[in-house]
Design a protein around this ligand. Structure first.
Ligand code: ADP
Ligand code: MG
Length: 545
């Protein structure tokens, strides 16, 4: 990039930087964003397909979940990354509707391309899209049905709809009941729901129907030593996030031992230190100990002798749940432990679940903590079930909080398209075209649902449109027949927030991408223009630390 100054070119960018401007930049960004939407669109809906993701280590994830797919993909293009961000935002805000949000954003950009071809300025498109999104919020509010905490059946249907297509079919009733009950037990007095109070443990073995809901926290570990008590009532729980080991020196220190006495003294010293640690725990009054790190064999022996029920290498996320459930404090130094730091539970017990033993922490100080143990034949089944349950818990939680739902199955999108077109005709100037484009984009949801179910997109859309024109506001796609059906009757319902959030974030990202007309990328580092390298990597590891 060079300007001219008295005949001498002036370079303002480092050599090797890349710059794309104007239509080229827009084209490349839109293409990348559409590619991301294209990558997840086949997974949309109850009949959506799954994706198998393989990382560089050969680990496999099989999923239908939009945000999971996008998180696992190693996406490099900056505009494509913005698309991934909307899936993440959607996930954080409502926990469901991630694929819809991304597909919608992709379609908004595709429609915008047509407008750009007609020389409509991005600023006009952005204004039209924003106006259409605002109008959509208003229209959606008019389509809501209220749901109360006592509407068990309706709440269950919300859970069904969220879990549809995620490997839960064979036990959808049981799982939906579990989701609703779990959320019900963690609702606060002020009506807010924090699903972090719900622990979901996965256990391979048995069938999906063997999954169960229990009060308290369940940890997928058995007690450290067989001579520790199997069950502790009136538990006083110490939570520790440091190792109960003698610290190894960083440098390779050599200790010269010249006589057997010295060796003995050395070992005695180690033993004394470990014993000292255990004594601290005992002195605090704890009879249960959960440690996030390792525990030396000798310390295990002393703990067993003291009759303390102990677990080691407990996941960090479980430690946090335990702290919350038992009212205990996670201690970072054994020497500081005191009675006040201990958590309380009526019962800590090791129980057998299929062939494995797990630790149940029940009758907790905080009655709001519950756990769901998910069962299934293989790791992949349980993992996908976990994602389905995660979505269900979140949407049921959102329903408890907002008390408002809308029909699913493409119904609100078709209604929106219809009403937005009517609204567009009231708007003058070129913005009108953008609002119409926005309306057309909404229909990508029913179209994709149909496509993924092997139905004809055009036929189904035409039928849906005419049902809505006749006033069937809740008409959505019956996946089995391809006919428009009242979704509320069919039990396909979603929290309003899933829809509003998806539209808000899809609009935001589409507008943001449209408004970029210059991409300047430095020589090294990410952001190089062009394709979307599709290698996998960066799989989320276990969270021990
Ligand atoms: P997302 O990540 O966007 O939640 P999903 O794959 O979960 O993607 O699909 C959600 C879409 O599927 C929503 O539009 C929802 O209304 C629709 N849907 C779910 N269950 C059914 C059903 N039984 N019949 C018709 N549509 C359904
Ligand atoms: Mg979903």
């Amino acid at each position: 990039m060079a300007g001219q100054f008295g005949g001498t070119p002036i370079y303002i960018l480092r050599e090797g930087s890349q710059r794309t401007a104007g239509r080229d930049a827009q084209r490349s960004n839109i293409m990348a964003a559409k590619a991301v939407a294209g990558a997840v669109r086949t997974t949309l809906g109850p009949k959506g397909m799954d994706k198998m993701l393989v990382d560089t280590m050969g680990d496999v994830v099989i999923t239908n979940d939009g945000v999971t797919i996008l998180k696992e993909m190693d996406i490099e293009h900056p505009a494509a990354k913005m698309m991934v961000e909307i899936a993440k935002t959607q996930d954080q805000e409502v926990g469901d509707g991630t694929t819809s949000a991304v597909v919608l954003a992709g379609e908004l950009l595709k429609q915008a391309e047509g407008l750009l071809e007609q020389e409509i300025h991005p600023t006009i498109i952005a204004a039209g899209y924003r106006a259409a999104a605002d109008k959509s919020m208003e229209i959606l509010k008019g389509l809501t049905v209220s749901v109360l905490a006592k509407d068990e059946d309706l709440l269950m249907k919300i859970a069904f709809t969220a879990m549809a297509g995620k490997g839960s079919q064979s036990a959808r009733d049981e799982l939906a009941v579990m989701a609703v009950e779990a959320v019900r037990s963690v609702v606060d007095e002020d009506g807010t729901v924090d699903t972090d109070n719900i622990t979901v443990e996965k256990k391979v073995g048995g069938g999906i129907t063997d999954s169960l809901l229990v009060s308290g926290v369940v940890i997928d570990k058995d007690r450290l030593h067989p001579s520790m008590p199997k069950s502790v009532t009136d538990a006083k729980i110490a939570l520790l996030n440091v190792a109960m080991e003698i610290e190894k020196t960083e440098v390779d220190a050599k200790i010269q031992i010249t006589s057997p006495d010295q060796l003995q003294a050395f070992l005695d010293q180690e033993e004394k230190m470990l014993k000292g640690m255990v004594d601290k725990i005992v002195a605090s009054g704890a009879n249960v100990l959960f440690v996030q790190k390792g525990i030396d064999d000798l310390a295990q022996h002393f703990l067993a002798k003291a009759g303390i029920y102990t677990l080691r290498r407990v996941k960090k996320s479980d430690m946090e749940k335990l702290a919350r459930a038992t009212g205990g404090k996670v201690i970072t130094s054994i020497h500081e432990i005191s009675k006040d730091d201990l958590g309380k539970a009526g019962l800590v017990e090791e129980r057998k679940v299929s062939d494995d033993k797990m630790t149940f922490v029940q009758q907790c100080d905080n009655p709001k903590s519950v756990s769901i143990i998910l069962r299934g034949g293989t790791v992949h089944v349980v993992d996908e079930l976990d994602r389905a349950m995660e979505d269900a818990l979140r949407v049921v939680g959102v329903a408890f909080e907002d008390k408002m739902l809308v029909a699913g199955g493409g119904a609100p999108e078709v209604e929106l398209a219809l009403r937005l077109r009517a609204y567009a005709s009231t708007v003058s100037g070129r913005e009108q075209l953008a609002i119409e484009a926005f309306a057309d984009a909404m229909e990508v949801i029913p179209k994709t649902l149909a496509e993924n179910a092997g139905l004809d997109q055009i036929d189904t859309l035409v039928a849906l449109r005419s049902a809505h024109e006749k006033g069937m506001k809740g008409a959505g796609l019956d996946m089995d027949t391809g006919k428009p059906v009242e979704m509320l009757k069919l039990g396909v319902v979603e929290p309003l927030r899933v829809k509003t959030q998806a539209i808000k974030s899809a609009t935001e990202v589409a507008v943001m991408i449209l408004r970029i007309d210059d991409v300047i990328a430095s020589k090294s580092g990410p952001g190089a223009m062009g394709g979307m390298p599709g290698g996998m990597g960066g799989m989320g590891g276990e969270d021990f630390e």
